[in-house]
Design a protein around this ligand. Structure first.
Ligand SMILES: [Zn+2]
Length: 597
């Protein structure tokens, strides 16, 4: 390879910041060569290596131009590994550059005495550098050259293009460019933002700033350079504070919206969509992770929902709709409770509530435990598989705890209590198999003249074996009991009773007389057996009947024994000093055996 040792006869002066391609383009024009690519070929420089800042080519170019290669190299984006360039003291990803469109400073162009005097700066290849540091005006894009390879060859391109405009940038909006320039000249510092790759830092500042200054709905293609500069500066002012400041600002934005079903997408629009669109670049993960975690912590994202490429591992806050979706707790019931906690406000209708902030899951779980899962007696009876009156009796016997809701008279139940009740029974139960003559609990209760609840209580107390058909006992109706297993479970033997009809027949008295006997205390009502049929007055204790029968005899029995007429028998007894029991004139007459025997 031809080695340059001397400068060309015709050279141009350079300035710090000029790129190697700019210097080559001017040197080519100075030496009368129309295209840089031809000039490079003529002087033995690999054009494409020069475009990518190859040190050998830059060294050679510097010798030909009679200048110091070190600043030339520093100002030229140099490929250091696939996809990454070095510029100054920064290592920058190719996505941070605009290298297919030439942008120039209109004032630099106008002030130059001739084409060869127009310098192009290496930093102008960076997308986030939008102004000329010397003139403070925004760069202007030149039309693309016919041949794409010539897009670094600015001198011929400016033969036909006279840039106009060159609006002055607002100095206080230049903070991001000053920050980036500082990083390129002196290398990044130690802050969180400094440790982000330059293209991430630059784009994050601009996109977050666009959200801050232009709102969530702005399109990325809309802002002008001046707006981008303002946005970048606004973003930088927050992001200099690191992830905490970013989170705080995200929170401020969230808090500026009414709490509702609208989610992060509508709050962070342009910023969020941009982060999503950059999911091919893992370097953005640092920022994405902060934003994603913030969203998981502050928005009602359900478990498994994908946010910025990752599924939500745990839902930390809830809206009314996710509370309903996940826990099944209805809006109005949760709303009532949240109003007392100051987290929701009721509307005039009193059936609709709005949140003042999202509901932390831990709080929601407490609320659910307290009231959310309580269900009505009707629902509870259905769960257990009994009539509501039976449920009420079971509760009355203390087998199922009752709950009451503030301000409501109706009784409600907790599903876990219902389940615990069934579990107690299941603990006594096994498959019926070949066992015969099993009956369900309600049949057993009916046969024994006790309530279902009372029998159930006894079954549990005495651990009476239960059975079920099939594989499991779904609800109360599924349990079976063997009648013999209930024998002798009462603390006292079953109290024998006798019906009024039997008493009337055995004593040969009228039914009304039986009732008078009960009223008068000769027959006593059953005390142990409580079922409605037994207590309704149609039964008496067999013991009291037997005692009564042993001591008394009716007039009809005396007639049967003597064969006298009723009147004769009565007169006979009265005449012998016997008096009938004082049961009233309508009653069959009854005498004491002691008086008549
Ligand atoms: Zn300028």
């Amino acid at each position: 390879m031809f080695t340059a040792t001397n400068p060309l006869p015709l050279t141009v002066p350079t300035v710090v910041g000029e790129s190697a391609t700019s210097f080559a383009s001017r040197l080519a024009r100075r030496n009368g060569v129309p295209r840089m690519i031809t000039f490079c070929s003529d002087v033995g420089i690999d054009y494409f290596a020069l475009v990518n800042g190859g040190p050998v080519e830059i060294q050679r170019l510097a010798v030909l131009g009679g200048i110091d290669p070190v600043p030339l190299q520093a100002a030229t984006p140099s490929l250091v590994e696939p996809g990454w360039f070095r510029l100054g003291k920064e290592r920058i990803k190719f996505t941070g550059f605009i290298r297919t469109t030439l942008r120039v400073c209109p004032r630099c162009v106008h002030e130059a005495p001739d084409r060869t005097g127009i310098v192009h700066h290496g930093a102008w290849q960076l997308a986030a550098i939008r102004t000329c540091a010397k003139h403070g005006c925004h760069l202007v894009a030149a039309p693309k050259p016919k041949n794409g390879n010539d897009c670094f060859d600015h001198v011929p391109m400016l033969d036909s293009f006279k840039p106009t405009g060159g609006d002055l940038a607002v100095s206080q909006n230049m903070e991001l460019e000053r920050y980036l320039t500082e990083r390129i000249q002196n290398g990044p510092g130690q802050t969180w933002l400094d440790r982000l790759p330059l293209h991430i830092a630059a784009q994050t500042c601009e996109m977050f700033g666009a959200l801050l200054t232009l709102g969530p709905r702005v399109k990325r293609t809309e802002p002008t350079d001046a707006q981008w500069a303002a946005a970048g500066t606004a973003g930088l002012s927050i992001l200099r504070g690191g992830p905490d400041a970013l989170r705080q600002k995200l929170k401020d934005i969230q808090d500026s919206h009414p709490v509702g079903e609208k989610l992060y997408r509508s709050h962070y629009g342009v910023f969020f969509d941009w982060l999503r669109s950059r999911d091919d670049d893992p370097d953005f993960d640092v920022v994405r992770d902060v934003v994603r975690e913030f969203i998981f912590e502050n928005f009602p994202v359900t478990v498994g929902s994908i946010v910025l490429g990752k599924p939500c591992p745990e839902q930390l806050v809830h809206s009314f709709s996710t509370a309903k979706q996940v826990f099944g707790i209805p809006h109005h019931r949760l709303g009532q409770k949240l109003v007392t906690l100051g987290i929701a406000k009721p509307h005039a209708s009193d059936r609709f509530y709005t949140l003042t902030r999202y509901i932390p899951t831990v709080l929601l779980i407490d609320i659910i435990a307290e009231l959310g899962a309580r269900i009505s007696a009707k629902e509870a009876a259905k769960v257990i598989g009994v009539e509501t009156v039976v449920l009420a009796r079971l509760a009355h016997h203390g087998l199922i705890p009752k709950q009451s809701e503030y301000g409501k008279r109706s009784t409600i139940y907790r599903p876990e209590d219902l389940e615990a009740f069934l579990e107690q029974l299941r603990g006594l139960a096994k498959p019926a198999g070949a066992i015969k003559d099993l009956i369900d609990i309600s049949t057993a209760a009916r046969r024994r003249g006790v309530t279902i609840a009372a029998l159930t209580k006894l079954i549990l107390a005495h651990r009476i074996p239960l059975y079920f058909e099939g594989f499991s006992a779904e609800d109360f109706r599924a349990f079976r009991v063997h009648p013999s297993s209930l024998n002798g479970i009462y603390r006292r033997p079953q109290e024998p009773v006798v019906s009024s009809w039997s008493v009337a027949r055995l004593l040969k008295i009228s039914r009304p007389t039986v009732y008078r006997l009960r009223q008068a205390g000769f027959l006593t009502p059953p005390t142990k057996r409580k079922s409605a049929g037994i207590r309704s007055g149609k039964y008496s204790c067999r013991k009291s009947f037997e005692d009564f029968q042993a001591a008394h005899i009716s007039l009809n029995e005396l007639i049967e024994r003597s064969g006298r007429s009723a009147d004769d028998e009565f007169n006979h007894r009265i005449s012998n000093g016997a008096l009938p029991l004082p049961l009233g004139l309508q009653s069959t007459m009854i005498f004491r055996r002691n008086d008549v025997d």
